[in-house]
Design a protein around this ligand. Structure first.
Ligand SMILES: *[C@@H]1O[C@H](CO)[C@@H](O)[C@H](O)[C@H]1NC(C)=O
Ligand SMILES: *[C@@H]1O[C@H](CO)[C@@H](O)[C@H](O)[C@H]1NC(C)=O
Length: 451
């Protein structure tokens, strides 16, 4: 007994003493040959990138968690600046890039960089594509854990082949199950089997090839609950559905009727008018206006309703106050029939406005967090540039000097690309630009790579 206790203590202390990175393997060129032997979860990083540094402790925890849960997934990291040829073979374009490598496939991770989310992703993608639900108990258990559930019902068929094909792509987003008809809850009535169902919003919907189009885009449309608590990240994920996002922008802590009413109006529309609008709209609410303001580059009056077109960055605001479900329906219809005025967009003017807006918020936040650094960062280059300009204006315009000055003027801005400043800027702009940054980095969500 005592020996067992000692042994336990020794194990625990060893565990505590071991450097946390012991569960994350440093990968190099040899990885190309060995990777096929195992399932790998890899962080491709660059030493100078701020987001990568922030991920590091999380990544160590992911390593510990995968090891202690007995998962077959091995966790590694690769300095993509040192092993750039491998990194580019894997299509690494931004940092950090997280991929799960399984056989010939490489699955990109695009979720939030938290331990829970990354571990969940790794277990989901590393596991079977289609999970069997052998009993009613199992079905109920799984339904409790997942707000959205895709289930294939029936024996082997071409529909099942399609389901497997779609699952092999979209497993990066959601789980896929298969069950026999008698395992399903009693309220499910199927006209024919085989069938594909999605369970969500306390009910279920059956995939109909003629009405819903191809299976992959149906799954992509249906993989969110009808009504969501929307934040910046969800908005970014919703971009892939191509839907318009209708959100009540409210203050969650404000219990006044105006706030709670708007929320329940949107909830009611999402539920009772699903058949009319769910193909084109995702519904939800957003807590606070900070994010939406930076997205719209405008100050919205909270509470309000905003409809965002995630495909072209346009948005719609109601022309009159929305006080009932009918008002909301009217507003939605005016957007659908094109009578509502679209604002914003991704045109050239908007892009210029965005650059100016981001620059302004960066400057403001630098000065807010550290006025001295602000003076240094922005004052110094400005000073240098003004001296240059003075130099240019007063200099004789012979070729030699112009070459020189042009080169010198470019130089100060060149330091912008230096590591430290970029990181800081990264941090400061994080909030406002998370979406656009990610968007550019990893446009192709689940790009698969075949060796
Ligand atoms: C709640 O919202 C109302 C209306 O927008 C506003 O007048 C009120 O000051 C808010 N209350 C709190 C506690 O923020
Ligand atoms: C949303 O943007 C897409 C892409 O530009 C466009 O085709 C669609 O008509 C827009 N939807 C609305 C309601 O404006």
């Amino acid at each position: 007994m005592a020996a067992a206790g000692l042994c336990f203590l020794a194990t625990v202390s060893l565990y505590l003493l071991a450097p946390t990175s012991a569960f994350v393997e440093d990968l190099d060129e040899t990885f190309k040959e060995t990777r096929q032997d195992d399932i790998w979860l890899v962080d491709f990083y660059a030493p100078w990138c701020g987001h990568c540094k922030k991920l590091e402790p999380v990544w160590n925890e992911v390593g510990i968690e995968m090891r202690s849960s007995g998962s077959p997934v091995r966790v590694g990291k690769m300095d993509a600046t040192v092993h750039s040829s491998i990194a580019s073979e894997f299509g690494v374009r931004g940092f950090p890039t997280i991929k799960l490598l399984k056989g010939d496939m490489a699955y990109n991770y695009r979720g939030q960089r938290t331990k829970e989310d990354i571990v969940e992703f790794a277990n989901r993608v590393a596991g079977p594509l289609i999970r069997q639900l052998p009993s009613q108990q199992m079905f109920e258990h799984v339904q409790k854990r997942h707000p959205v559930l895709f289930v294939y019902v029936g024996v082997e068929s071409t529909l099942k082949e399609k389901f497997i094909e779609v699952a092999s792509e979209l497993i990066v987003y959601t789980y896929f199950f298969s069950a026999s008809e008698d395992v399903l809850p009693e309220y499910v009535k199927l006209n024919e089997v085989p069938a594909i169902l999605v369970f969500k919003d306390a009910t279920y919907f059956v995939y109909d090839e003629y009405e819903d189009g191809d299976l992959s885009s149906w799954v992509n449309r249906e993989r969110f609950e009808g009504y969501l608590h929307v934040d910046g990240f969800t908005l970014y994920e919703l971009g892939d559905t191509g839907k318009l996002v209708a959100v009540a922008v409210i203050d969650d802590k404000n219990n006044s009727v105006e706030h709670t009413r708007l929320k329940s109006i949107v909830q009611e529309v999402s539920k009772s008018y699903r058949d009319l609008f769910h193909r084109d709209f995702q519904f939800g609410h957003m807590d606070g206006s900070e994010y939406i303001n930076s997205l719209l580059m405008d100050e919205v009056q909270v509470p309000t309703i905003v409809v965002l077109n995630t495909s072209n960055q346009q948005y719609f605001l109601p022309s009159k106050k929305i006080e009932s479900v009918e008002d909301m329906i009217q507003f939605i219809n005016s957007i659908l029939d094109g009578t509502a005025d679209a604002q914003g967009g991704d045109g050239i003017l908007q892009r210029i406005k965005r650059v100016a807006y981001d620059a302004r918020s960066t400057v403001v936040s630098v000065f807010k967090s550290s006025p001295l650094l602000g003076c240094f960062l922005f004052g110094l280059p400005l000073g240098v540039i003004s001296i240059m300009c003075y130099g240019i204006c007063t200099a004789d315009t012979d070729d030699g000097t112009e070459e020189m000055t042009r080169k010198d003027v470019i130089d100060p801005s060149h330091t912008d690309e230096g590591s430290d400043e970029e990181q800081d800027e990264d941090k400061m702009r994080e909030h406002s630009s998370e979406v656009t940054d990610e968007d550019q980095e990893e446009k192709d969500i689940m790009e698969k790579k075949k060796d």
